[in-house]
Write a protein that binds this ligand. Structure first.
Ligand code: NAP
Length: 525
C-alpha cells in the first residue's frame, strides 16, 4: 500500500498544516520514509464537524448494514495483514509474526462486533407495557433502548500497534455502537496507522456511509489531543497509555462546560500470589511460567505480570532460581520508542533506590533503545514500608516479593492500587487461604485468574480489561471484549410512543426477533 503521510479527514486527504515527522526505526535509530503530516486545531474542528454530520445517518443505519461495514473492515485487515505487520515491525521493533497475529486479532474483533450488532442485544431493549387499569394511577407504555453517545475521540496506543491502535478494540466497539470516530494516531507507528485508516476509509466508502464516520489525525505535542477532548461536538474519549497523559485528558474533559466521559486504561502491575501448597508442588514451573509471560513483547504489555508474591517456605528457592534462569537467558531487545526506553531505565533505577535488590539481569543492551531484562527481589516487610515498589515499570523487569506469612501477604495485597488483573497460584490445600485473599483482590482488580497468567487476554463476551483506578478511570467498564461497546452507549426512554415512531428494537412486533426485557422478564417476543 502506498503511504502518503496525509491526514485523512473523512474522504479528504490533507497535507501538513503544523509540521511533520518521519517514523523512527527503534532498532536502527534510522528514520523511515515518508513524512507524516501534523494537523492542529483547525483539522480537529473539521474532523469533528464531519463526524457530527455523519452521526444521525450512521447511528440509524440498519443493524445489518452496520454489521456488514464492520465485516468489510475485518476483510480489509486480513488482506493487508502481512504488509501491515512488516511496516509495524519496522516502526516498533516488535517481531513480524507477533504483529501478524495482532492483525488477525483485530480482524476477529471487528467480526465479533459485527455479530453483536446483528444480535441487537446491545440495545438492551426494555419494555414496560402500558397498564391503563392500574390503580391508583395508570401506567403509560415505557420503552428503553441504548443509542450511541455521539462522535468520539480515540487515542491509539503505542504498545499494541494494531490491536489497540487505529483498528483496535476501541475503534471496533465505538463503530459497533454507532459512534463516528476521530482517531488520534500514536506517533510511534504512523505508517501502520495510515494503512489501517485506509482500510477503514475504504470500508466506509464501499458501505455507502457518510464520509465523516472515520477520520485520522496526527499531531506533534499535546495541542491536537487537547483540542479533541475540548471540542464541543466530541461526546466521549478513549485512551490507553501513561497515567500522566490519561489523567491530564480526563481532568480536561471534566472541566469542559459540558463534561464528557473519558475511558482511560493506564497502569497495572498484575500481581501474582503464590500460595504455599502450590509453591511446594510447582515452585519451579510457576517461576518459569511467570517470567516467560513477563518478558513477552519486551515487558510492554498492559497485562504483564510484574510482581510475584510468595510466602517463604518449601518451593521458594526453586521458584526464585527458575525466574533468575529465564531472565539471565534473555538478550536485550528493542523497546517501542526512545521515550519508553528512557522511562524504563529511569524506573529500574527508581526500584533500586527504593531498596529492591537486583538478583538477575539479562544480556547487555546493544542498540540505543534496547531494554535489558531485570529481576528484583525484596522482602515483605520492606514492600510494606515502600509502597512505591508496587508502581509499574513498563518494560522487561519484575519484582519477586518474599513474604513471611499469609498475614503479611494479605497486608501487601491491601496496599496495591487498582489493577487490570491479579493471579492466584493455588492447589487444593490452599483454598482456605485463597478464599481469604479473594475479597481483597475483588476490591482491587477487574479480573482474577487462577493457575494461569493474565496475558494473553481472551477477547470474548465475558472478558474484562478494566479495574479500579489507576488501572482505568472508570471501573464500571471494560476496554476489551464485546461488552466494551457499553462505553459508547447511553439509554433513552420512549414514553407513550405509537408503533410507527418507535425505533426498530422497540417495535411491538419485534421485527428482528431480538432478546428484550418485557415487564421484567427476558423474552424474544
Ligand atoms: P502516553 O505518553 O500517555 O501517550 C499516549 C497518547 O496520548 C499519545 O498519542 C500522546 O500524544 C497522547 N497524550 C499523552 N499525554 C497527553 C496530553 N497531556 N495531552 C494531549 N495528548 C496527550 O503513552 P505512550 O507514549 O504510549 O507511552 C508512555 C508511557 O505510558 C510508557 O512508558 C508506559 O509507562 C505507559 N504506557 C502504559 C500502557 C499500559 O497499558 N499500562 C500502555 C502504553 C503506555 P503524543 O505522543 O503526541 O504526545
Amino acid at each position: 500500500m502506498k503511504l502518503t503521510g496525509n491526514l485523512l479527514i473523512g474522504a479528504h486527504e490533507l497535507s501538513a498544516t503544523a509540521g511533520s515527522m518521519k517514523a523512527l526505526n527503534p532498532a536502527t535509530n534510522a528514520e523511515i520514509e515518508p513524512s507524516f503530516a501534523f494537523g492542529g486545531v483547525a483539522e480537529v474542528d473539521r474532523a469533528a464537524r464531519l463526524a457530527d454530520d455523519a452521526f444521525d445517518s450512521y447511528n440509524n443505519t440498519t443493524l445489518d448494514k452496520r454489521a456488514a461495514f464492520l465485516e468489510r473492515i475485518a476483510d480489509g485487515l486480513d488482506a493487508i495483514a502481512p504488509e501491515l505487520a512488516q511496516r509495524a515491525s519496522l516502526e516498533t521493533g516488535l517481531p513480524v509474526a507477533q504483529l501478524e497475529a495482532e492483525a488477525g486479532k483485530s480482524a476477529t474483533q471487528f467480526r465479533q462486533f459485527a455479530a453483536v450488532v446483528r444480535q441487537g442485544r446491545f440495545r438492551q431493549a426494555t419494555i414496560d407495557p402500558a397498564q391503563p387499569e392500574r390503580q391508583p394511577r395508570a401506567r403509560m407504555d415505557h420503552r428503553m433502548q441504548k443509542i450511541a453517545l455521539g462522535p468520539v475521540a480515540i487515542f491509539g496506543a503505542s504498545n499494541f500497534p494494531i490491536s489497540y491502535s487505529v483498528a483496535g478494540g476501541d475503534t471496533a466497539s465505538a463503530l459497533a455502537a454507532g459512534c463516528p470516530v476521530v482517531l488520534k494516531a500514536h506517533n510511534a507507528h504512523p505508517g501502520a496507522s495510515e494503512m489501517m485508516a485506509r482500510v477503514i476509509r475504504q470500508a466506509v466508502e464501499d458501505s455507502g456511509l457518510h464520509e465523516g464516520v472515520f477520520s485520522l489525525l496526527r499531531g506533534g505535542g499535546n495541542e491536537i489531543g487537547e483540542a479533541l477532548v475540548d471540542h464541543p461536538l466530541i461526546k466521549g474519549v478513549t485512551f490507553t497509555g501513561s497515567e500522566g497523559g490519561g489523567m491530564a485528558l480526563y481532568r480536561r474533559a471534566q472541566q469542559r462546560p459540558d463534561p464528557i466521559p473519558v475511558f482511560t486504561e493506564m497502569t497495572s502491575v498484575n500481581p501474582t500470589f503464590v500460595l504455599p501448597a502450590a509453591l511446594a508442588a510447582r515452585g519451579r514451573d510457576i517461576g518459569d511460567g511467570f517470567t516467560e509471560r513477563m518478558l513477552v513483547t519486551v515487558g510492554q504489555a498492559c497485562l504483564k505480570p510484574a510482581i510475584l508474591l510468595a510466602i517463604d517456605g518449601p518451593g521458594y528457592a526453586e521458584l526464585r532460581q527458575a525466574m533468575i534462569a529465564r531472565v539471565e537467558a534473555m538478550h536485550a531487545r528493542t523497546m517501542l520508542t526512545p521515550g519508553i526506553s528512557t522511562a524504563y531505565r529511569k524506573n529500574v533505577e527508581r526500584q533500586r533506590n527504593a531498596g529492591a535488590e537486583r538478583i538477575a539481569a539479562g544480556g547487555k543492551a546493544q542498540g540505543a533503545w534496547d531494554g535489558e531484562s531485570i529481576l528484583f527481589e525484596v522482602d515483605g516487610a520492606h514492600m510494606l514500608e515502600e509502597p512505591s515498589l508496587s508502581e509499574e515499570v513498563f518494560g522487561p523487569a519484575a519484582l519477586l516479593v518474599r513474604a513471611k506469612d499469609i498475614e503479611q501477604l494479605v497486608a501487601i495485597a491491601k496496599q496495591f492500587r487498582g489493577q487490570l488483573s491479579a493471579t492466584m497460584q493455588v492447589d487444593q490445600a490452599d483454598h482456605a487461604l485463597a478464599a481469604r485473599l479473594l475479597p481483597v483482590l475483588e476490591r482491587r482488580t477487574g479480573r482474577i485468574v487462577i493457575n494461569a497468567f493474565a496475558h494473553p487476554q481472551e477477547v470474548s463476551n465475558a472478558s474484562i480489561h478494566g479495574g479500579p483506578f489507576p488501572a482505568t478511570s472508570d471501573s464500571r467498564f471494560t476496554s476489551v471484549g464485546t461488552t466494551s461497546i457499553e462505553r459508547f452507549l447511553r439509554p433513552v426512554c420512549y414514553q407513550g410512543f405509537p408503533d410507527d415512531l418507535l425505533p426498530e428494537a422497540l417495535k411491538r412486533d419485534n421485527p428482528r426477533g431480538i432478546w428484550r426485557v418485557i415487564d421484567g422478564d427476558l423474552a424474544k417476543a
